[in-house]
Each structure stands twice: as structure tokens, then as C-alpha cells.
Design a binder for this molecule. Structure first.
Ligand code: GLN
Length: 447
């Protein structure tokens, strides 16, 4: 009830939610309350209000992916993560706003409305999981889930001043996540602090037979890493991430965070990830290529929108997709289809896959020497609404510090490390595959 009261007082200004399920949530809370009163076991998240990004399927609850093409889509099943939260006693409050099909860095590409940054409502919350980040930052949920294909958890976490974790590729099941770029997509939590992040990971990580890319590993108890000790930790700072283009006030806060880690006994030194300059073009070939294939299923036949008054089936496909998709989604489908087409496949897509391997090898080399890499999450603090909407390239540049992590499949985290001009700044922590614990251990310093 407290969360719904908070929603009632701030949601009009923030716009974090696409839908809320008040009655259903309160009923579920009553049932859990009853169980606890009867002396039944208290589950790890009993009664905790959570928000879910609207690209994760929820049985019987509209799931739009921020797109008109799915505006009335009610899935007949829930994503594995949603089921896991449910089984842990969490109470779903609602579904949060996002850039259409998670394509964007500001939530301005939502087909419905733009979410606002709770710290300054003339600014974006970041994207694509802007609704999930804003909901936690504004107290409209205790924690939430987002998805991160190229930074969509870490960027909004940084802009909204909350903790966000993109786990290792394969650590969290993608079953029931509406696919954007399947080899990059990963679900992760937004929380107010690092302890909550560990508690959420405890619930959502682990193998799932329903996702063929889910890793068969034994997830540890992530709270064991909250030890307040970074002595002896070897931290590398990739110089490419601290170069020109990073706003001076962001640079200053990252340096201060590094000094803090050093004063607590970590060994900090500068290093290099030489293929970083190719990450953006590599990502913006691979992600649209996969998207163009994944989005072929929205044809007006199987589910979602179907255009009226078509002459034949081809006309129906064209009208449905023309009316249902927004302009950024269309741009990516065109780019991706082009990169995959005969004659261009080798020159673009295959080349991008090879460069992806070089980027991953940069990280492999760095992690032979360092336990952790540290950088800014974003070159700037939250930008103004409308500032980058006319220039897709400027928007893509917001991802320059985050996308390599997805290309390499490693875990990445944003933890608040201060304010510049009244706006939060996030520190990015990157670690070896399945070493989320090391990230949590370093992040806990900033708790
Ligand atoms: N901004 C990036 C994109 O538009 C990343 C989005 C994401 O991580 N889902 O592709």
C-alpha cells in the first residue's frame, strides 16, 4: 500500500509504469501476510514490491515491449525470472516503460510516452530500461528487473542514481524475455543498494532448461561477497574509457572513486583494451542484424496488431509492420537486413563477428592481470529530453562505455559514485565471466 501511495503521488511526474496491477498485487500481499501470520516460512522476498520491464512476459498481464505492435498482447505464460520472483514471495506491482523493443538509450523511443528522470524531470532516465530505473529511484518499487543488450540496465542505473547489474551472459534465463539481440540480451536487477542487488541475484541466477543459452552453473550465495574489504584487489582502468569525450565532472568523480578504492588497499593501475574504438560499429551491426531476424515474427498473423483492410497477405504484412513499428525499430530492421543480405554478409556481419572476438580477447588478456576493470558508465550525466532524438548517432554514442561488456558476455555493474550538477554519476565495474561476486565486493565499498 505504501508503494501504491507513493505511485499515486509521483507517477504523474515520472511516468515509470506502462501498467499497474494494484488489486492483484494487494490481494497477493494479503495472502503472503496471512501465510506469515500462520507461521509459514518467510521467503527471501516475501511481500517485496517489484516492478518488471515490459519486455518480460507476464501470464495474463499485457506485455507490450513498448511497441504499438504488441499494445494488446497478453502472454499465456510468464518469463522464468518472473516465476522465480513469484516463488520467492515478491509482489509484482506493474510493468515499466522502455524504448520500443529495448532499442534506445533514453526511453524516448517508447511508443507510449517518455519516462522522466526523478532527479530532474526535464531530463531522460536513460534507457532502454528507463521505467525500471526511475521506478526504483522514485520509490515506486523496492526493486525492479531490466534487460541489458548494450547498456540498458547500467545506463539508466547511472542516470537515476541506483544500482544496476548486467550479469554474465547465460547466468540468468532469457526464457520469456522478448528478444532484441539474442546473443547480447541479459536480464538483471535495479536496486537501491548493493545488498539488495545480491539478494535479487540469489533469486534470478541459475540454469534454466527452457533457455538453450542458459549456463549450467552453481550460482553462489551472492551475499557472501558483501564483506567490506577490497585489500589486494587488482583493478585495471582501461585508458580508452577515460579518454576525450568523458565530461570533466564525470572524469573527476571516477578518479575520486578510484582513489577511495586505492586508499582501502586495492591496487589500481591504468591499462588498455585496444579494440575499444571498434565496439560501437561492431555492436550496431550485430544488434540490428539479430533484431531484424527476431522481429520477423511480428507479421500480424501469430499475435499482436493486425492491420485492417488489406488486399492480400503480403499487403497485410506490410501494413501491419508499417503501422506497428516505430521509426527506430524500422531503422534497425533495415540496417540489420542489409548487413545480413547476400553479398554484404561477409563484408559486414561476418566482419563484425570477427571484431567481436578481438574485443572479447582484449578482456581475456586484461583479466589475466586484473580482478576487475573500472570505468565510467556514461560519458555524461542524464541529458535533456529531446536533446538527441533527431540524431540517432548521438544517441548511439551514449553506449560507448557499456556495449563492449555485452559483446564479451562478461558481467557489468553500475554503482552510484557521486553527483555532478545535482545529477547522479555511475561507476562501471566489469569482471570475469561468472564473477559477479567480485563486482559486488568492490561495489559494496560505495554502499
Ligand atoms: N542503446 C543500445 C541500443 O539501442 C542498448 C539498448 C539495450 O541495452 N537494450 O541498442
Amino acid at each position: 500500500e505504501a508503494v501504491f501511495d507513493r505511485i499515486a503521488s509521483v507517477e504523474e511526474k515520472v511516468g515509470a509504469y506502462l501498467s499497474r496491477i494494484r488489486e492483484r498485487a494487494l490481494e497477493r500481499a494479503r495472502v503472503i501476510d496471512e501465510q506469515i501470520r500462520k507461521g509459514e516460512k518467510i521467503l527471501p522476498l516475501s511481500g517485496i514490491p517489484v516492478a518488471i520491464k515490459d519486455n518480460m512476459c507476464t501470464d495474463g498481464i499485457t506485455t507490450t515491449a513498448g511497441s504499438k505492435i504488441l499494445a494488446n498482447f497478453v502472454p499465456p505464460y510468464s518469463a522464468t525470472v518472473v516465476k522465480k520472483l513469484d516463488a520467492a514471495g515478491a509482489v509484482m506491482v506493474g510493468k515499466t516503460n522502455l524504448d520500443e523493443f529495448a532499442m534506445g538509450s533514453s526511453t524516448e523511443n517508447s511508443a507510449f510516452f517518455t519516462t522522466r528522470n526523478p532527479w530532474d524531470t526535464s531530463r531522460v532516465p536513460g534507457g532502454s530500461s528507463g521505467g525500471s530505473a526511475a521506478a526504483v529511484a522514485a520509490g515506486e518499487a523496492v526493486c525492479s528487473l531490466g534487460s541489458d543488450t548494450g547498456g540498458s540496465i547500467r545506463l539508466p542505473a547511472s542516470f537515476c542514481g541506483v544500482v544496476g547489474m548486467k550479469p554474465t551472459y547465460g547466468a540468468v534465463s532469457r526464457f520469456g524475455l522478448i528478444a532484441y539481440a539474442s546473443s547480447l540480451d541479459q536480464i538483471g536487477p535495479f536496486t537501491r543498494d548493493v545488498t539488495d542487488c545480491a539478494l535479487m541475484l540469489n533469486i534470478i541466477c541459475g540454469h534454466d532448461p527452457l533457455d538453450s543459452t542458459s549456463a549450467d552453473f552453481q550460482a553462489p550465495d551472492y551475499t557472501q561477497f558483501l564483506i567490506n574489504d577490497v585489500r589486494g584487489m587488482k583493478i585495471g582502468v582501461p585508458e580508452e574509457y577515460m579518454a576525450e569525450g568523458i565530461a570533466p565532472e564525470v572524469h573527476g568523480l571516477i578518479r575520486k572513486a578510484l582513489e577511495l578504492l586505492e586508499s582501502l588497499g586495492a591496487n589500481v593501475e591504468y591499462t588498455t583494451l585496444p579494440h575499444t574504438e571498434y565496439a560501437l560499429p561492431t555492436y550496431y551491426l550485430i544488434a540490428p542484424a539479430e533484431a531484424s531476424s527476431n522481429l520477423a515474427r511480428y507479421d500480424g498473423v501469430r499475435y499482436g496488431l493486425r492491420a485492417e483492410d488489406s488486399e492480400d497477405i503480403i499487403d497485410m504484412f506490410m501494413k501491419t509492420r508499417s503501422q506497428g513499428f516505430g521509426s527506430e525499430v524500422k531503422r534497425r530492421i533495415m540496417l540489420g537486413t542489409y548487413a545480413l543480405s547476400a553479398g554484404y554478409y561477409d563484408a559486414y556481419y561476418l566482419k563484425a563477428l570477427k571484431v567481436r572476438t578481438l574485443i572479447k580477447e582484449d578482456f581475456d588478456r586484461a583479466f589475466e592481470k586484473y580482478d576487475l576493470l573500472v570505468s565510467p558508465v556514461s560519458p555524461t550525466t542524464a541529458f535533456r529530453i529531446g536533446e538527441k532524438t533527431d540524431d540517432p548517432l548521438q544517441m548511439y554514442l551514449s553506449d560507448v562505455c557499456t556495449i563492449s561488456v555485452n559483446l564479451a558476455g562478461i558481467p557489468g555493474m553500475s554503482v552510484p559514485c557521486g553527483f555532478a550538477g545535482g545529477l547522479p554519476v555511475g561507476l562501471q565495474l566489469m569482471g570475469r565471466h561468472f564473477n559477479e561476486g567480485t563486482l559486488l565486493r568492490a561495489a559494496y565499498t560505495f554502499e
